[in-house]
Design a protein around this ligand. Sequence first.
Ligand code: SAH
Ligand code: SF4
Ligand code: F3S
Length: 496
Amino acid sequence: MIDEIYTNENIAPEHEPERQFFFIKKMQEIVFAKEQEYRRKLTYHISTFGCQMNFKDSEKLAGVLEEIGFVEVDDEKADFCLYNTCTVRENANSRVYGRLGYLGKLKSRKPDMIIAMCGCMMQEEHVVETIKKSYRFVDIIFGTHNIYKLAELLFTYYVENAEDKKEDSKKSKKKHKMVVDILKGTDRIVEELPSKLKASFKAGINIMFGCNNFCTYCIVPYVRGRERSRKPEDIINEIKDFVSKGVIEVMLLGQNVNSYGKNLDNPISFAELLKQVDEIEGLKRIRFMTSHPKDLSDELIEVMKNSKKVCHHIHLPVQSGSSRLLKKMNRVYTKEDYLKLIDKIRVAIPDIAITTDIIVGFPGETEEDFEETLDVVRYAKYASAFTFIYSKRTGTPAASFPDQVDEATIKERFDRLLKEVNRFSEEYAKSLEGKVMPVLVEERDREVEPDKNYLTGRLDNNLLVHFEGSDDLIGQIIDVKLSECKGFYYIGEKQF
Ligand code: SAH
Ligand code: SF4
Ligand code: F3S
């Protein structure tokens, strides 16, 4: 069995696409031969867990698979099934192990199926060991630093296991070689590989990778590596290319976009990048995620205020309202700093929608600390907030902090927080009822009013509105009246 393959890592990143296109071509030949044998196309399915970064990575992985000749299907009964995993909280891991059990059963009925695992969870040694031991049916494992190598890993898998088959016929013994390739870290950025957009009119754009902040509860810096920014010209060219193909909305992605560009040979600020993106002709909407409160600049607020394209929405994770806990979390701002920042943004952009992330039950959280968090929620009046129960992540400093909070207390606080958060979200949504606002029409609504043949559109502030309209509106920005607020979404009417 080949457990670790480190293939030519020293090649310069600008030559890597060349190498990968070589493997894509090799894979095209293999897939073509299989198509002849099966008399049908080969299929793939990607299940994505976690954040926007992972969804973006999945688009890149899909791009390579389609170039090879695979076609996408909706469920896991595919020839190639890939799980792109997240490990930010323990429950993300449990879900993956649960689903893997199901995949194992599928594979026992369909032995030619290839199962691959990638993403943040695979960057943890204990996870890979568990899979090697208890989920032997998995065929390929790779991490977050080498997703560009998918074609190469697939090719290696086919070659290794095809040789096996020859041996099988002599010895009539079924062997299985798992291909595992995890890089511990990287500073390389590989450009120019194909990617497949989920929707033709909007695209996520990586502006940077990794994170240097090391918030004490968070595993992301360990599984995504050190912060590295893409060159502004590569970002701008990628967006222009997308726009020429019909994209009208982009979301600039980074774990902390506010520190974009600091380590480039020619340093540039995020605000400057945003200004350049704003100038791209044909682009209509710009979003970005995530903004760390510690270094959100006045310059950025100015750019947001003066732009007609940058959405009036900012995701500004607070995590806790207690300055004492914020210090233990290594967030590098106090409650007062955060509230001042909120004031400053609101004065400059009065109609801004502010959203946040909050953790309940961080080690040592007292009732007083928690009350401070509620206080921030009441002050900030968030348009919406993601609330999380603190989850102990192996290897992070907070995992070994002494006074972990007991489950019952956390549950009780979590429920109180949710009630408070929901109260303000509903209040915010209600305040826009009756207004006419531009929405980007995204798809047919299949969930909220499935019988009514509605469309679903997204407002500048990220809220959804469902309304009657024809398919040709999908991918356009149109005015819709928010006739009825239904709590966290609207039923609307298209305006002429
Ligand atoms: N880079 C982003 C967040 C990425 S992770 C930022 O700094 O804002 C998304 C969210 O998951 C975090 O904002 C945090 O609220 C939550 N999170 C991260 N680690 C967690 C943990 N160990 N337990 C509970 N929630 C966690
Ligand atoms: Fe995690 Fe903090 Fe980095 Fe966000 S900024 S990814 S919470 S370490
Ligand atoms: Fe999860 Fe990795 Fe994102 S751990 S939240 S998928 S960066």
